[in-house]
Write a protein that binds this ligand. Structure first.
Ligand SMILES: [Zn+2]
Ligand SMILES: [Zn+2]
Ligand SMILES: [Zn+2]
Length: 380
């Protein structure tokens, strides 16, 4: 991390600062997750990726045929496929992109969860309970919690707990507020049901004691709520990207672009927004970056797996804070009031970035998009 250092700023707390000049487009950091898991329903619906690193395990053509629900589609060009083999766990048939991912998973958490999600398994009930209350679009999964427990059980638990302690934490009330956000309206009933099941399974486990009490469990969910980074991969998106980098005549390019548009429009009719293999993970370094509504760095996933890169969006000077955005492009374009409301509810802080500062005189109105969304919510 020689390009960066972590410091504590008076108003903001922990922050990442540039040690030297970083050029626009430069790689600032590359990192694999401490732990990650595909979302429950995403996996259930056959979105097929490596159970450890999220690399898609379908070919681009299989991916398109599955999402468009049409086995007759043929992609007009071949590109290098992402996974050249599929490895699997001999016991539970969990699928991996390589023997390396299979053995990393087994060594760090998979032995703990192997075969336990099937009927009669140790985690069957809690998984069913989670599924019943968390329909897509998903933002979290109990599987990630179980993987964290697996990691504590299988490796040096003190070390893992120390790493978890370093993610940003909140007060008990704030933890509950975050769980509310994560679990939705009936959160208190769901939370107590899920916690009861956690207690039933792990109640006697000394190594996990810290996270099994009600407060401990709620605080773990809140850590995931504010720190877990969304991960999405797709072999068709990789195909589109590879095509865009190929040399071809203008005529051929127009033809292929029309084809791509037509495919996305078909996805829209079949699966809507559910295009990617989706899940989330905890990243030790990346979690230390603060948010800005006008960020000078962004997160990308260049290898179609869970390894993320933080890349400079503009020149960054020594001693400048490096910020990413916690909210998506669409939310970033909304009014100051809308952004702040969202950040307050989901991340429990009041944004004081440059952009918010410059818009301080704006009326406290929500963007039109928000109004429309609210209207639709009420109609439902
Ligand atoms: Zn893998
Ligand atoms: Zn297994
Ligand atoms: Zn802001």
């Amino acid at each position: 991390m020689s390009k960066l250092r972590i410091t504590v700023l008076e108003r903001k707390g922990r922050a990442v600062i540039a040690n030297k000049f970083i050029k626009e487009g430069e790689l600032i950091l590359t990192e694999s997750p401490l732990i990650s898991a595909q979302f429950t329903w995403n996996k259930e619906y056959g979105y097929l990726c490596c159970d450890h690193c999220f690399l898609p395990l379908e070919s681009a053509q299989e991916n398109v045929r599955r999402l468009a629900m049409d086995v007759s589609i043929v992609l007009p060009k071949q590109v290098n496929e992402l996974a050249d083999q599929i490895d699997q766990c001999n016991n539970c048939q969990a699928k991996y992109c390589s023997p390396k991912c299979a053995s990393s998973a087994a060594a760090s958490y998979h032995n703990f969860e192997c075969n336990q999600y099937k009927f009669g398994g140790r985690f069957y009930e809690i998984h069913e309970l989670w599924k019943k209350s968390h329909y897509p679009p998903e933002t979290a999964t109990i599987d990630l919690v179980i993987r964290i427990f697996g990691m504590i059980k299988q490796s040096n638990s003190a070390e893992v707990i120390e790493l978890l302690d370093n993610f940003s934490k909140h007060s008990c009330n704030e933890d509950l507020q975050l769980c509310h956000k994560m679990l939705g309206e009936k959160f208190s009933i769901q939370l107590s049901q899920i916690h009861k099941e956690v207690q039933r399974i792990f109640g006697n486990d000394d190594q996990l004691a810290k996270y099994i009490s009600y407060d401990g469990f709620v605080s773990l969910l809140a850590i995931l709520g504010t720190n877990a980074q969304g991960i999405g991969t797709s072999s068709f998106a990789h195909w589109v990207q590879s095509i865009s980098e190929m040399d071809m005549s203008e005529e051929k390019r127009t033809e292929i672009d029309t084809f791509i548009d037509a495919i996305y429009s078909r996805f829209n009719d079949t699966v809507g927004e559910f295009l990617d293999n989706e899940g989330s993970g905890l990243y030790v370094q990346q979690s230390k970056f603060n948010h800005s509504c006008q960020p000078n760095a962004q997160i990308i996933f260049p290898n179609s797996n869970s390894t993320l890169n933080v890349v400079a969006l503009q020149d960054i000077h020594p001693e400048e804070e490096i910020c990413i955005s916690y909210i998506d492009e669409c939310m970033l374009s909304r009014s100051r009031h809308s952004r702040q409301k969202y950040l307050k509810e989901n991340y429990l802080f009041r944004c004081e970035c440059e952009k918010c500062g410059s818009q301080i005189e704006d009326l406290d109105v929500t963007s039109e998009e928000d109004e429309t969304e609210m209207d639709t919510d009420e109609d439902n």
